[in-house]
Design a protein around this ligand. Structure first.
Ligand code: GLC
Ligand code: CA
Length: 537
């Protein structure tokens, strides 16, 4: 177990993200819940993780699956009670697992008491908690678009004003310029720290300092002032781990966010690598194949750029992203090999790895009839692109490849009905491949992806080079093999990953004889489809 009183403990940690709605149902209502998570803690202990990033479980009308919070201090009855939460925190801690709460500080639900008050009149004390601009209900203040489609401005006729929302209409943006609001948020965070929460994931944190009239959303001028105040006022304990979601982060900004003096956050989720298979200037729906050297140079920039001056988070999956094995791997014949290869590629790097539920068993994307998609973003995209005249097939292909619902199908526990996720009727379709892909099967197979991830985690704990080593690309322009070297004074780690379904010749550099991890039973001269190896010297 890691000693979590030591500052920076999270540099040696591995986290696991739980999307509660889809993890484990305990009472047969078809929706995952807190007691369900409790019942699976020992599975996570076996995997070897140190913390759980829990997607939102607070009170919410669920317009955006909990990212629209109506009460930050209450647990949604759908997930259980405050007592269930306290038990989960306590039981997890006993097993060396910290619970990291998802903090949605950029916006609330329209049903939050603050917004209900704010809408009543311009001189209501909560009015200024949100972002308002006078208007006539005909022409919005400007042409800004909301992330989930439509205008970013919604009119409230009683006030003669528009409110600003970067996401859905049901998610009004909070006004961080207001110091009273900021203090309310800090006190809410302290409430959770007192409950035993050991860290936070900060939803779209780079968008809090927006200046909508200047069309600024990410990286607003006061962003780092706000973050420093937040850190001082709310994250004062040494041991808390904080990770900000920052779609707009580049290396330079990330050195501010994750400055070693702890003045802002521990680390951020940046998304540059995630956007490499999208058309330049397009949206995530505009697909393009991944060109491996792009990925290499992107990762090199982050690995070298933050070494000693900041800290990386390492991830390829979360509840907003399609399954990586279906994206950069092969979810057909080479599913197992490619899932292990992708894990190797990522876990050899410097930073804190985040595993998303089901990644450790190689869960895949799903294709659904249009009416079964649940995600607000997917549904809005479909309607928008239909209206704009995109061909049906093209829209569907974008959705199959990129919909957030790919990651939100229920966790596949076993080959029984509903994959063991629920005894009732699941809130969302279980991927029909659950008889083949499930946790029970993985646990009974020593060669499974699960045990491979277990090894990746334990290697990281046993060799300092994973945490501290420098990073150098090997054969940088090779379009098929991603290889790199990590070095400290004592150790060198070589990671070799074939990103293709072909056999590829590759010369292992001299001095590397000790293969500590491999995804094929033996070693040959060439690399087989999606072959991955780690060597230590
Ligand atoms: C973040 C969340 C996503 C949510 C959005 C709005 O990107 O990860 O799920 O829809 O913020 O809160
Ligand atoms: Ca339930």
């Amino acid at each position: 177990m890691l000693d979590k009183s030591k500052s920076g403990w999270w540099k040696s940690a591995v986290f696991y993200q739980i999307y509660p709605k889809s993890f484990q149902d305990s009472n047969g209502d078809g929706i995952g819940d807190l007691p369900g998570i409790l019942s699976r803690l020992d599975y996570l202990v076996k995997l070897g993780i140190d913390g759980i990033w829990l997607s939102p479980v607070c009170q919410s009308p669920q317009a955006d699956n909990g990212y629209d919070i109506s009460d930050y201090r209450g647990i949604s009855p759908m997930f259980g009670t405050m007592e269930d939460m306290e038990i989960l925190i306590r039981e997890a801690k006993k097993r060396g697992i910290s619970i990291i709460l998802d903090l949605v500080l950029n916006h609330t639900s329209e049903e939050h008491f603050w917004f209900q008050e704010a809408k009543k009149s311009r001189d209501n004390p909560y009015h200024d908690y949100y972002v308002w601009v006078d208007g006539d209900g005909v022409t919005p203040p400007n042409d800004m678009r909301a992330c989930f489609g439509g205008s970013a401005w919604t009119y409230v006729p009683e006030l003669g004003q528009y409110y600003f929302h970067q996401f859905a209409v049901q998610q009004p943006d909070l006004n961080w310029e207001n110091p009273v609001l900021r203090r309310e948020l800090y006190s809410m965070i302290r409430f959770w720290v007192e409950k035993g929460i050991e860290g936070f994931r900060l939803d779209v944190i780079d968008q809090i300092a927006k200046v909508p009239m200047d069309k600024i959303t990410a990286n607003g001028p006061r962003l780092h002032d706000f973050l420093q105040e937040l850190s001082r006022e709310a994250f004062c304990e040494e041991g808390l781990v904080t990770v900000g979601e920052a779609w707009g982060a580049d290396v330079e900004r990330a050195t501010l966010y994750s400055a070693p003096d702890g003045s802002e956050l521990s680390m951020v989720f940046q998304f540059q690598h995630i956007g490499l298979d999208q058309q330049t200037g397009g949206e995530k729906w505009d697909l393009k194949p991944l060109y491996l050297p792009d990925l290499k140079h992107c990762m090199e920039g982050w690995q070298q750029g933050l070494n000693g001056t900041g800290w990386n988070s390492l991830f390829m999956n979360n509840h907003d992203l399609p399954r990586i094995v279906s994206r950069w791997g092969n979810d057909g014949v080479y599913r197992v090999e490619s899932a292990k290869m992708l894990g190797t590629f990522l876990h050899g790097m410097q930073g804190t790895p985040y595993i998303y539920q089901g990644e450790e068993i190689g869960m895949t994307n799903i294709r659904l009839p249009m009416e079964e998609y649940e995600d607000i973003e997917t549904r809005n995209l479909y309607a928008e692109r239909k209206a704009a005249g995109f061909p049906e097939e093209e829209i569907r292909n974008s959705i199959y490849a990129r919909s957030r619902d790919n990651a939100r199908t229920p966790m596949q526990w076993n080959d029984k009905e509903n994959a063991g996720f629920t005894t009732g009727s699941p809130w969302f379709r279980v991927n029909p491949n659950y008889k083949e892909i499930n946790a029970e099967k993985a646990l009974n197979d020593q060669n499974s992806i699960f045990y491979y991830y277990q090894k990746l985690i334990s290697l990281r704990k046993n060799h300092r080079v994973f945490r501290d080593g420098s990073f150098t690309l090997v054969d940088a322009e090779n379009e098929k093999v991603f290889a790199y070297l990590r070095e400290t004074d004592e150790e060198a780690l070589l990671v070799v990953c074939n990103f293709t379904g072909e056999e590829v010749p590759f010369a292992i550099p001299d001095g590397f004889a000790d293969c500590i991890l491999q995804n094929y039973p033996d070693l040959t001269e060439t690399l087989r489809p999606y072959e991955a190896r780690m060597y230590l010297r």
